[in-house]
Design a binder for this molecule. Structure first.
Ligand code: COA
Length: 388
């Protein structure tokens, strides 16, 4: 474990450990997803991510994460019907979006709007398990409506009402573009949602569980998790990756040279490196193939070429593998999504994980409350303000 040492200064019966960034610390037990960082393996509830990406829809994966089993057809029909019935936003939340500055970051808007949803849910503070499942459905069903509505409003367009049929992927692309997506776009987007649905105790999931462990409500926990995901070291990286690819394109730069220069300046290349994987993130491998297919279908190979060149250069220069964000950026871009929306798509999908983790946390709750090692000054005496 990196940076671990015994902290003798703390007075406690057990010898506490210190790990910067909680690296390597096991804070809780979870049955939701497991990661083998050496093999590059991600598993949800016992199912490999490759198997799920190929054979299950996002709605099936959400059900799996929440209930531990893949749904039967009847279970799935009931579950998707309930999700569809919850898609429409409360009018005041739509008004809030209409009154939000167009240049606000979509992640800040999503964080605010999810918090506002809690003001209009009559069960917001009920901690009964069935009510928490209903809230999880409601938050998951309304997040796509929030993202799509603000994406249109910031461009001066009217929001499009959600459909009361079709999958979440289909309905989202419809609300965003005002026209129903083709099968290939819907399938690609659905796979992206499956890939991002859960990922162990990552920073935003940990945030949601910390908030949940105080027995605060689900809206508070999900808004907090969105705040954590917004950062460029976590979910914000996918937008930064696309920014980099666009900069390479605009400058007509050689992508390999561009990366070498940035590394020489001591910069991090977004979309590379991971706290848990020591090899290529399996989600990145699936997305890389999708970027290639999308590029071939569109007859536009430049994004694929840039990503391949940057990937090879990073391997040669620093030996750091790409993570999920490196390829999700160009996948979303080729689906016609604006880069500023990328992290909100990650949030849409990860809401599946956050809400399932909250239900797991509450099933056997213990307040999450680590300690800090005090390294500040001691034994000082207050000098009255007029004498300082
Ligand atoms: N580009 C260049 N160098 C990188 C790097 C990157 N993206 N990621 C890590 N490194 C280097 C660090 O500079 C460090 O080198 P050093 O030991 O010579 O100082 C070494 O690799 C270890 O990095 P460290 O920051 O200790 O790893 P971490 O586990 O704390 O960081 C991330 C994990 C994800 C925060 C980090 O890899 C990163 O910042 N990546 C870019 C942001 C990103 O893509 N985030 C999405 C994650 S899914």
């Amino acid at each position: 474990m990196a940076d671990q040492e015994t902290v003798t200064e703390l007075t406690t019966d057990e010898a506490p450990i210190k790990a910067r960034g909680l690296e390597g610390v096991i804070a809780l037990e979870s049955e939701l997803s497991s990661i083998d960082g050496d093999k590059g393996e991600l598993v949800y509830r016992g199912y490999n991510i490759h198997d799920l990406a190929e054979h299950a829809t996002f709605e099936e994966v959400v059900y799996l994460l929440r209930h531990g089993e893949l749904p039967t057809q009847d279970d799935l029909d009931d579950f998707t019907a309930h999700l569809r019935s919850e898609r429409v936003l409360p009018a005041p939340v739509l008004d809030l979006l209409r009154n939000t500055p167009d240049d606000a970051h979509p992640m800040a808007v999503l964080r605010t709007a999810v918090s506002a949803l809690g003001l209009y849910g009559d069960e917001a503070d009920t901690m009964e398990e069935a009510a928490n499942h209903r809230k999880a459905d409601r938050i998951l069903a309304q997040i796509p409506t929030i993202i799509a509505a603000f994406a249109r409003l910031r461009k001066g367009k009217d929001p499009v009402d959600p459909l009361d049929r079709e999958s979440m992927a289909h309905n989202f692309l419809y609300m965003l573009n005002g026209e129903e997506p083709g099968e290939a776009a819907e399938k690609t987007f659905d796979v992206c949602l499956v890939l991002h649905a859960d990922h162990g105790l990552n920073a935003s999931t940990f945030t949601s569980r910390v908030i949940g462990s105080t027995l605060a409500d689900m809206y508070s926990a999900v808004s907090g998790a969105i705040g954590a995901l917004k950062g460029p070291l976590h979910g914000g990286a996918n937008q930064e990756v696309m920014r980099m690819l666009m900069e390479v394109d605009e400058r007509g730069a050689d992508p390999a040279e561009y990366v070498r220069e940035r590394l020489a300046d001591g910069e991090r290349i977004m979309g590379f490196g991971h706290r848990v994987y020591n090899t290529m993130d399996p989600r990145a491998a699936i997305l890389r193939d999708m970027v290639k297919e999308l590029s071939e279908e569109a007859g536009e190979m430049k994004w694929y070429k840039y990503t391949t060149a940057i990937h090879e250069t990073m391997e040669e220069e620093v030996g750091i593998d790409p993570n999920v964000d490196f390829f999700s950026g160009s996948t979303y871009y080729q689906l016609g999504l604006d880069p500023e929306l990328f992290t909100t798509i990650f949030a849409l999908s990860r809401t599946a994980g956050w809400t399932a983790h909250l239900l797991e946390q509450w099933a056997d709750n213990r307040l999450i409350r680590p300690r800090a090692q005090y390294v500040g000054a001691r034994n000082r005496t207050v000098v009255p303000v007029e004498e300082r």
